[in-house]
Design a protein around this ligand. Structure first.
Ligand SMILES: CC(C)(COP(=O)(O)OP(=O)(O)OC[C@H]1O[C@@H](n2cnc3c(N)ncnc32)[C@H](O)[C@@H]1OP(=O)(O)O)[C@@H](O)C(=O)NCCC(=O)NCCS
Length: 157
């Protein structure tokens, strides 16, 4: 039977430092090589002006997370991490989390870094209005290049 759960099956709520354990578990699943440490996630969740959102399934399990961070002084906000648990992918949740994060950041320029081989994420970002800005050679710990992508919003949020 086809499982066609609509995105409304999920609740998207602001994440807080109380979610750090569930977020860390999700990060380890979706980023086997790049998962943020507890310390980094805690800092991210406590950073002033952060746009951090979680997606919960019907049972209240944390199945998605996005973090956006202001980069003070540069007029650029960064999407720091975005992940959806594999059991819950391809149902619009990644796009929804990205949009909520963007709506809660204020600068006209948004940036993020993505692995050159991450076609799924690159496709999501390109269809959400991001373009390839430059390549960061060997950005990731295993030597893969990163692509910095940017989106311009003339009036900010
Ligand atoms: C990238 C990721 C967040 C997308 O989450 P998702 O909930 O599956 O995304 P959505 O269902 O909202 O899909 C949005 C778009 O992403 C693209 N996409 C998602 N999965 C894809 C896949 N496997 N292949 C190709 N495109 C894909 C499509 O453009 C899709 O739009 P469409 O369904 O209209 O074609 C998810 O695959 C993930 O967590 N991956 C592992 C972690 C990661 O790579 N994060 C990004 C790091 S920069």
């Amino acid at each position: 039977m086809v499982d066609a759960r609509p995105a409304q099956t999920y609740r998207v709520l602001q994440a807080s430092v109380r979610d750090v354990h569930a977020i860390r578990r999700l990060e380890q699943v979706v980023f086997p090589l790049d998962a943020y440490t507890y310390l980094s996630l805690t800092t991210l969740l406590m950073w002033p002006g952060g746009a951090n959102f979680k997606a919960l399934d019907r049972q209240g399990n944390l199945v998605g997370f996005v973090a956006g961070s202001p980069n003070w002084g540069t007029h650029v906000d960064w999407i720091v991490t975005l992940g959806v648990h594999p059991d819950h992918q391809r149902q619009g949740l990644g796009r929804r989390l990205l949009a909520v994060c963007e709506d809660n950041l204020t600068q006209p320029t948004l940036r993020l870094t993505v692995r050159t081989g991450n076609e799924a994420a690159i496709h999501l970002y390109e269809t959400a209005g991001y373009y390839r800005l430059y390549v960061e050679p060997r950005y990731y710990s295993d030597g893969e290049d990163g692509i910095v992508m940017e989106k311009q919003r003339p009036d900010g949020r």
